[in-house]
Write a protein that binds this ligand. Structure first.
Ligand code: ZN
Length: 538
């Protein structure tokens, strides 16, 4: 009973399984947990630190199942003034494991001869030199050299894999290329990557047909790992896109996980009344299908993704060349006005007045303003404003898209198979979406305490045990004897997000203590400087 490194005493234990909370103490020794009856542990006797958790909830560390944090810690000092604020935002909201490599995009794998060109594109996409790696082992080794507070796991991104074999080209993969993609995927999954992700609205992933993804998802299925997808359409054709994902899962045998489920754009508002019952019916039939969500009605992505897929054929260089040609701009304008079969067309579903600039490093004066507003000020056409901005920023501009309604967000959050993923895109500069700093406290504060949409235990389960089970995080996501010592101590009466669209990295309130790998990484809402995090090979 003696010899704990840490004893958390007097809290309400919400153990991550969804069961009702109960009073218990939690001891930590050598990175593992022991659950104790209240007062069972001695008051002294070798315990290095005692945390008084009276009036607080003690839960497993949160698992952020959907991040784009692949490169943020690799930026190091080149991350600039906002670098440290970006890196710490995740752990300050209680996240002890981030899962990156989502939406088909990551920093591996690729054939060696493609690595230099992809490194150059990644430098632009991540806002600094983050590298590009042949496989998961190379990615993990690069991260292992940079101390971190929490843990990181990664999916294999299909778009990166495709670019790593074919290059960023708009054509089907040849059979030999598909075999090479399967082999690279198989190697990274064997090394510990968490599953396969796609981003079928984004080039170059969008250039793939269903059969290509089925062949790759079958490789994930052989490893018992999930197929995780940003659907080909989350707007007017979201139901067809969901059916494609279901087909991919059925034909490949891989479990299906739908990323950041939403029905966005005015033509799709309310459509969660159809997609969620469809998913529930599949689950009732025994199909293994889940999803995640972030608790905001705005999304965030690349400005280039507002353009038709052919505009991005050939990569960023080809895109900026096309944007310099007035005839090509007119083709893009027409495509947005008329639509292109199989293309989501965010602007056509909403309008430039719903798209605001989040990050344009050379044009900070544009950040926070909508494209429609910038166009009105300049007396110019919105497509030209977007095109000029993309050219001046070498193709890399992040936007925020106010595309959803609250009722849909609430329905997805409340579904019993939905877990929580921030979809955070931490890159230096600008005003990123506040979800990277606010997602988990926002669910606990707004949707549990204020609105009563979820019970506290349900919400914690979505953030912990459910997520760990989906992604194979063995021994995490639950508090029980012998589990890994990843914990959060929070105040259920005060927990709240403070990050906003104007102040997107403000830390939350009410997240008092975060423990990762048995060490206190956050105390009184501040980083301690401990860096026990690791890259998890699953
Ligand atoms: Zn996505």
């Amino acid at each position: 009973m003696t010899g704990f490194d840490l004893l958390i005493r007097g809290g309400l234990l919400v153990d991550g399984t969804g069961r009702p909370g109960r009073p218990a103490d939690v001891g930590v020794a050598a990175g593992r947990l022991t659950v104790l009856a209240p007062g069972e542990a001695p008051r002294t006797g070798g315990t290095a630190e005692v945390i008084d958790a009276r009036g607080r909830v003690v839960s497993p560390g949160f698992v952020d199942v959907h991040t784009h944090s692949d490169g943020v810690t690799l930026l190091g000092p080149s991350g600039g003034g906002s670098g440290r604020a970006l890196v710490r935002a995740s752990v300050l909201q209680g996240v002890t494991t981030e899962i990156c490599g989502n939406c088909g995009s990551g920093l591996f794998p690729a054939l060696p001869e493609r690595l230099p060109a992809m490194r150059a594109e990644a430098r632009i996409a991540f806002g600094g030199d983050v590298g590009m790696y042949a496989d998961f082992a190379g990615f993990a080794a690069a991260h292992a050299r940079v101390p971190r507070a929490n843990h990181l796991a990664s999916l294999v991104g299909h778009g990166t894999l495709r670019a790593g074999v074919l290059g960023p080209v708009d054509r089907p993969a040849r059979p030999d290329e598909l075999r090479t993609m399967c082999a690279l995927l198989d190697a990274s999954l064997s090394q510990g990557a968490a599953g396969l992700s796609t981003g079928l609205i984004y080039t170059p992933g969008s250039y793939a047909g269903t059969d290509e993804v089925v062949a790759l998802a079958a490789v994930a299925a052989r490893h018992g790992k999930p197929y995780v997808t940003h659907l080909r359409d989350e707007m007017s054709r979201v139901e067809e896109a969901l059916e494609e994902a279901i087909e991919i899962s059925r034909r490949s045998g891989a479990a299906l996980h739908v990323s950041h489920h939403k029905t966005a754009g005015r033509y799709a508002w309310g459509r969660t009344e159809r997609t969620l019952p469809r998913i529930a019916a599949l689950r009732a039939e025994g199909m293994d299908v889940t999803c995640d969500v972030y608790p905001y009605t705005a999304g965030s992505t690349a400005l280039a993704a507002m353009l038709p897929p052919w505009a991005n054929d050939g990569g960023l260089g080809a895109l900026t060349a096309r944007l310099g040609d007035p005839a090509e701009r007119d083709r893009m304008r027409r495509a947005i006005a008329e639509g292109v079969p199989g293309w989501e067309n965010t602007v056509g579903n909403g309008g430039w007045d719903r798209i605001s600039v989040a990050c344009a490093p050379r044009h900070p004066q544009a950040e926070g303003r909508t494209i429609a507003d910038l166009a009105a000020s300049a007396g110019a056409d919105p497509l030209d404003v977007a095109a000029d901005l993309l050219v001046a920023e070498a193709g890399e501009v992040t936007i925020i898209s106010h595309s959803m309604v609250e009722e849909d967000v609430r329905r997805v959050l409340a579904a019993p198979y939905t877990m929580i993923g921030s979809d955070g895109v931490p890159k230096p500069g600008g005003r990123p979406h506040p979800r990277w700093a606010g997602t988990f406290p926002r669910v606990l504060g707004r949707y549990v305490r204020e609105l009563g949409l979820l019970r506290l235990e349900e919400a914690v389960h979505k953030m912990t045990g459910m997520a760990a089970a989906r992604f194979g995080l063995t021994g995490r996501g639950v508090i029980r004897d012998g589990a890994h010592a990843d914990l959060v101590v929070f105040d259920p009466a005060a927990v709240a997000d403070l990050a906003t669209f104007t102040e997107p990295l403000l830390p939350p309130t009410g997240i008092d203590v975060v423990v990762a790998g048995g060490q206190v990484v956050v105390r009184d809402g501040e980083e301690t400087g401990a860096r026990p995090g690791s890259v998890l090979a699953l």
